[in-house]
Design a protein around this ligand. Structure first.
Ligand SMILES: Cc1cc2nc3c(=O)[nH]c(=O)nc-3n(C[C@H](O)[C@H](O)[C@H](O)COP(=O)(O)O)c2cc1C
Length: 343
């Protein structure tokens, strides 16, 4: 079996359908399909009576790109929402909330026998294994207004406002902020060093760690693990990267901005839950998304975006482009045994 075939085959095992009466391990296997910043998967699942706590794995912080752990908590929100939707699809009453006490900060997911998914939610769980961050050129087609309305509704369930920008000037204005953020990051040696430490140069490398940013998932060729960092230094250039981001955004139907109700870990996790619900609604409708968070990761650009969008003192949490893109290789995941705490 070729490396590529065994890579996709091994990851496809994560997509096995949930049994009608899933064990906690079945549900957590699905939860690991959630998105996370740099694919760090910064979660630890701790089973407890009546549910499971999702704890931050602080050894997986990315302090340069995410100094206040905003993305870390958003990622935990992604895992929580994926778990909630998977459980509800099998008739388990599930919900998640931020908890902070002597036991630390965490997301508490309650799982109890009861009513399952509301009828209008069933397609979200079915889309979990098909959701991807699709970092490719899209085909320029607009997404339908009904999908925009649905994403707004899904985000609102978590107290998160979803803005959709598709008018050319509005998109170009945000693109300028994205490019300014991209430029600042590429010029920042600490950012580039941190990014490189999460890059996975080939299938074998990605499978060995089970995490990080697999070259193929960003449309880049694989290279031997020793050669990858050398080639990266040669090709990772401001002009080329900015051109790529600009073409990708201009090929999209529009941009999505998520704005949570509060600027704290609870709000950041809510932004992750809102992303997950909206992204699954988009996936169910055949659309694709990719994050363009450069404009919220660099503080000066985040302030510029906030002013541009008239958000007052509210923080723009996550920014995505949406449209219709081609299938892309998937990103690796760590085994359940590495993220599930026992006893
Ligand atoms: C909070 C957060 C921030 C992210 N920021 C970016 C980003 O700026 N650029 C990007 O290409 N992907 C970004 N991602 C996507 C992750 O890299 C992606 O979820 C991960 O590699 C797993 O791949 P998947 O989404 O296809 O499952 C982000 C994801 C999360 C949850």
């Amino acid at each position: 079996m070729s490396a590529a075939a065994s890579y996709e085959t091994r990851l496809a095992a994560l997509d096995a359908p949930l049994p009608a009466e899933p064990a906690l391990g079945d549900l957590l296997r699905v939860a690991t399909l959630a998105a996370s910043g740099h694919n760090t998967q910064p979660w630890r699942f701790r089973p407890r009576a009546g549910g499971v706590d999702i704890l931050p794995d602080l050894s997986r912080r990315t302090p340069v790109v995410d100094p206040d752990d905003h993305h870390l908590w958003a990622s935990l929100g992604c895992a929580a929402q994926t778990l909630v939707l998977a459980a509800r699809s099998r008739g388990i009453a599930a919900d998640a909330g931020f908890a902070a006490d002597a036991d630390g900060e965490r997301l508490a997911v309650d799982l109890a026998a009861g009513v399952g998914a509301p009828a209008d939610e069933a397609d979200l769980a079915a889309a979990i294994s098909r959701r991807r961050s699709t970092r490719a050129l899209y085909d320029g087609r607009p997404i339908p207004p009904a999908l925009v309305a649905r994403m707004i509704r899904e985000a609102a369930r978590h107290g998160v406002e979803l803005l959709y920008l598709s008018e050319t000037q509005a998109v170009e204005d945000v693109l300028a902020v994205v490019l300014a953020g991209n430029t600042a990051q590429i010029r920042d040696r600490a950012f580039v060093a941190e990014l490189k430490s999460w890059l996975r140069w080939n299938e074998r490398h990605a499978l060995a760690t089970g995490d990080g940013l697999f070259a193929g998932a960003s449309g880049n060729p694989s290279s031997p693990t020793w050669l990858g960092p050398i080639l990266f230094d040669l090709v990772f250039r401001e002009g080329r990267e900015n051109d790529k981001v600009a073409s990708q955004i201009r090929s999209s139907s529009g941009l999505v901005v998520l704005v949570a109700g509060t600027d704290d870990p609870a709000g950041w996790a809510a932004a992750g839950r809102a992303y997950t619900a909206a992204a699954l609604a988009a996936t169910a409708a055949g659309a694709t998304l990719a994050f363009v968070n450069q404009c919220v990761e660099v503080p000066a650009q985040r302030a510029a975006l906030r002013a541009l969008l008239g958000l007052g003192d509210r923080r723009p949490n996550l920014v995505l482009r949406i449209g219709y893109g081609p299938p892309m290789p998937r990103s690796p995941r760590r085994a359940l045994g590495e993220v599930m705490m026992l006893g």
